[in-house]
Ligand binder design. Sequence first.
Ligand code: SF4
Ligand code: SF4
Ligand code: SF4
Length: 281
Amino acid sequence: MDKKRRDFLKIAGLSAIAGVAAPTALNTLFKGEVIASDHGGGHGAEPQGQGHAKIEVPTGKRFGMVIDVNKFHRYEGLAEKCTNACHSIHNVPKFTDPKVELKWIWKEPYEHAFTEHSHYKKNDELHNMPFMVMCNHCDAAPCVRVCPTQATFKNKDGMVLMDFHRCIGCRFCMAACPYGSRSFNWSDPRGKDKDGKPLIAKENTKFPTRTRGVVEKCNFCAERIAVGQEPACVEACGATKAMIFGDLNDAHSEISQVLKKQYTIQRKPALGTKPSVFYII
Ligand code: SF4
Ligand code: SF4
Ligand code: SF4
């Protein structure tokens, strides 16, 4: 493993795979901002891997996101700004062929984002709005349950994360995710396009690049949260407050206050995955 990847794994708490002591060490490192997972190679106290349908009792944080669709409609270019912020900071390669495209956050029309809603006699304005979609960091995440290697796991702050080194590319998680939130690296993301330009225009050396045959998705900016920063997409929204991130289990957090006052919807709630991303429409 190269140094860059090692550094990231330390920051993201994924080094917990080395032993159960790692979360404690990270706790100290980040002054209590634990993002390490219990999942570890040794299956910690909260088994969530293959065959376990356990849903955790909310004892700690559960991070979530509110997305205000009207604001994305009002501020032209905001959706692209968020996507660029996320993709550049996370070294998401730019494949032009939509069949092999990699996406962590992107916009979809209403009928794609909310397939369960009736589209008969549709409201024109709603159907012209950009709906930002991303991983929902589901509380009962099917992708976690089906992953045979625990490359996908949920940490104690409710984030569904990935250990890229453990991913064997079986794509069970992609089949299990009902939201299409995951992308697969069909080609070498560190390679070049047909014009000879690097697929990653400007590499962020603080975040790992991936390899061919590995799945990836939004990580709720775990590496930024660990050092007290906002998610990059939230930061890109700035004063528009089109995206609000925070702890759903803290009644006093901004996100909880917004959810108390505003009517929001989630994607495919009937499936029981308990998405942590909410939409103000
Ligand atoms: S949205 Fe998909 S990838 Fe994200 S946690 Fe839910 S099931 Fe997993
Ligand atoms: S593709 Fe990777 S993350 Fe997905 S289920 Fe297989 S090993 Fe797990
Ligand atoms: S939370 Fe972070 S990883 Fe997820 S979409 Fe926003 S910027 Fe990307």
